[in-house]
Ligand binder design. Sequence first.
Ligand SMILES: [Zn+2]
Length: 173
Amino acid sequence: MAVVGCFTGSVEDYQAHHAAWVLEVRPERCPHCGAEHTCIFWGSYARWVRLTTHRVSIRIERVRCTVCHVTDALLPSFLHMFRHYALFLIQKAVTLAVDAGLWGDELADAVGPFNQPAPSTIREWVWFFALSLNFAPYESNREQSRQASADRSASGGNMRCQSAPPRWCAPCS
Ligand SMILES: [Zn+2]
């Protein structure tokens, strides 16, 4: 399991200051059994964080409760527990897709250069994080996105969806 602690700096800042940060975010109360002052440091492991142009190796510290013996990783808030890419990239992709109606190559180019992250990865993020939650903004942006797509089609742009289109995307004809 994991405990997510707020870290507002860059990934490189985390590399430089994580030893002090883990002392601040170590839980005073066990999140599992509620015992106080029982979470002790319990080793660490290396983890890669992927960004648009490079990847960075960071250390993740673990804590273990001396009462219930459950172990947690102390994750900085720029990480998702099951994703290699930094969370701000995932948020950027989902926001651009949902709020700005970007999709396909347009979305991939706006998120990162040289197809990093891969367009298929970005599509999976959008499907997983946005569509599965059935956010209300889809409906409010639907007409706007449909109009934007119609405008692009009228200008001769190749805006055909590369896979099943999201709900706010006008159907390809
Ligand atoms: Zn406990």
